[in-house]
Write a protein that binds this ligand. Structure first.
Ligand SMILES: *Cc1c(COP(=O)(O)O)cnc(C)c1O
Length: 413
């Protein structure tokens, strides 16, 4: 009989756009005993998690809670609950995850209109606003931080235009939440999806979402009450088309997260512990300090990469602080370099998708992985590997450049 050895995953330095290293405090939180889902001790933890999520999303929204499933489940829950078949949805695409929004919106029965801009850049907000006037959608769905290209879309003007025109704006902030400002209320975003395994440094498996009363009104119109749970005396009125998913129905999920605690699924106990601990860590550090930390390590990483003579990919004006895309030098086998980094140094960096496959590496500096030790370790290893494969780099100039950034920061220069 085959013997299955004890589980002992290697210690990795994960410098990808997710999943990244989980904070040890989060991993510890996940090992605590299970509580029943209606145990008051557990429902208190649920309520505290909602409070902390509101602070993370910088919102006064009533609704801010996690959907159980990876970030994609949060995206699908929001789109499935908001899009009625036949609704017009405008999706501005500037990378892979814009295509994901399109795919999901089409499955929801939307009439989808897309606009695309070249990968490596983002939209001039005026371009999107112009398309909103032309297409007259009920919903605009777009990505904030496109991890496939490392670009970040400014949303403020688009948010204001959507509000003026009474269009709902749905934003995928999976990769940016907790690493850079995502000001849900100030930017007038109607529904936003965050991610756990990126800048929050929690394992993958939950998707924090928030939405305002404008979004809630649309969801409420589509509310359908499960037969077994319906109070026989109450009349159920639904004037919209019922939401097509049960598991991802935000009207049922919000009833479960409301004081009424109407039973839906069984909350993912250990993931809720993890999310609560991860949020506590974020708020202890402070949002501003956390955003500044992501900028500092980005600066050190970029100086290091450029110091060794590598070129960055994409328009620097709209670069995401937590994802740095590097053009793979001519004649270098990008996958061989990645594999050597992993096998010899225990460091993981990412490749990319579609048109960028084999052209760029993507380096993440997210959450707990975003720290000096990791950045210096990666730069040293990358210099060694690139020297080994005889790529034209200035060996050791990268680490030196990053060190200069750190030392001048520490000396307050
Ligand atoms: C990672 C990511 C997702 C998907 O997240 P999963 O947790 O893998 O479902 C969606 N959108 C963006 C922008 C991402 O970076």
């Amino acid at each position: 009989m085959k013997i299955y050895r004890d589980l002992s995953p290697s210690q990795r330095t994960i410098m990808t756009p997710g999943p990244v290293e989980a904070d040890p405090r989060v991993l510890r939180a996940m090992s605590f005993p299970i509580l029943g889902q209606f145990d008051p001790e557990f429902t208190d933890l649920m309520n505290e998690t909602m409070e902390m999520l509101r602070r993370l999303f910088q919102t006064g929204n009533t609704w801010a809670y996690p959907v159980d499933g990876t970030s994609r489940s949060g995206i699908e829950a929001v789109l499935t609950s908001l899009i009625e078949p036949g609704d017009k949805v405008l999706i501005p695409i500037f990378g892979r995850f814009g295509h994901l929004l399109t795919e999901i919106a089409e499955r929801c029965g939307a009439v989808v209109a897309t606009i695309e801009t070249e990968w490596g850049s983002v939209f001039d907000p005026e371009e999107v606003i112009h398309a909103i006037h032309r297409e007259k959608p009920q919903i605009v769905a777009m990505v904030h931080g496109e991890t496939s290209t490392g670009r970040m879309q400014p949303l403020e003007e688009i948010g204001r235009a959507c509000r003026e025109l009474d269009v709902l704006l749905v934003v995928d902030a999976v990769a940016t939440i907790g690493g850079t400002p995502v000001e849900v209320d100030a930017w007038m975003l109607d529904a936003v999806i965050g991610g756990t395994q990126k800048c929050l440094s929690i394992p993958s498996g939950m998707a924090p979402v928030t939405y305002n009363s404008r979004a809630e009104a649309k969801i409420a119109r589509r509310k359908k009450i499960e037969r077994g749970l319906r109070d026989p005396l109450s009349k159920v009125e639904t004037d919209g088309v019922a939401i097509r998913s049960n598991y991802l129905d935000l009207s049922q999920l919000q009833d479960y997260w409301s004081p009424a605690r109407l039973n839906h699924h069984t909350e993912a106990t250990s993931m809720l512990y993890a999310l609560r601990e991860g949020l506590r860590i974020v708020l202890e550090e402070g949002l501003e300090a956390r955003f500044a930390r992501h900028l500092l390590h980005e600066r050190a990483l970029v100086s290091g990469l450029q110091g060794m003579g590598l070129e960055l990919y994409g328009n620097p004006a709209c670069k995401m602080p937590m994802v740095t895309c590097v053009s793979i030098p001519d004649g270098v086998d990008g996958e061989a370099v990645r594999s050597m980094l992993l096998q010899q140094f225990g460091i993981e960096i990412a490749s990319s998708f579609g048109p960028l496959k084999g052209k760029i590496w993507r380096i993440g500096t997210m959450g707990y992985s975003c720290r000096k030790r990791n950045v210096l370790h990666l730069l040293g290893a990358l210099e060694a590997v690139l020297t080994y494969v005889q790529a034209p780099v200035h060996a050791s100039a990268g680490v030196q450049a990053a060190l200069r950034v750190y030392l001048s920061e520490e000396e307050g220069l």
